[in-house]
Design a binder for this molecule. Sequence first.
Ligand code: C5P
Length: 223
Amino acid sequence: NCKPNIAIDGPAGAGKSTVAKLVAKSLGYLYIDTGAMYRAVTLKALRDGADLNDHQKLGRLASNVLISLKAGSDGNLTVLMDGEDVTEEIRLPAVSNSVSLVAKVPAVRRKMIELQKEMAAGGGVVMEGRDIGQVVLPDARVKIYLTAATGERARRRWKELADKGINVDRRQIEEDICNRDFIDTSREMDPLAPAPDAVIIDSTSCTVEGVVDLIVARITGER
Ligand code: C5P
């Protein structure tokens, strides 16, 4: 009788990471950020100078790179690419602006989905991404589709970067987010969309705590 899994999907900047981390902490579950995995593959491709239209090359690269997520005692994840800590680097705009092109490649997705299914096999994970409820964990006990108005999502992303000392124009971020959402929702394989059985939460004017409580109650309310 293992612990259930929770799937949290949604567009960029909707607050998935913040919420997923807190839900995991509150339940004593493992937090898994699948976007970080696609970002790590993208970083590898950029470093190798790979042509992002060369799907064969990207597929090979995804099969050969070793990606692992390590949970710290503070609930944060360390992202390792071939053993190197790339936690900070995968958040840079260069990666954010290319990741959707890499993530739409079927061979890349197949590899990541396989890894993600393995990570969740024991139950008790809060997994965050784009296709978790529909593809990676179709049997997740609770599926959430977290969204927010585009302007608000851009503001949150901008603040996240600003807090780390990275200064980017807010309109530029909004444009980048829109581009990414467009590619993510229109790609052929596993496009971003709410699972038919997902609870849709628009967090535009919600507090983080409000959203977290709602999700936690869905799990604890069943006991
Ligand atoms: O969650 P994050 O914004 O870091 O994700 C980066 C990108 O990785 C997304 O824009 C999307 O292209 C891709 N992604 C995906 N499937 C997932 C998670 C992320 O295609 N499950």
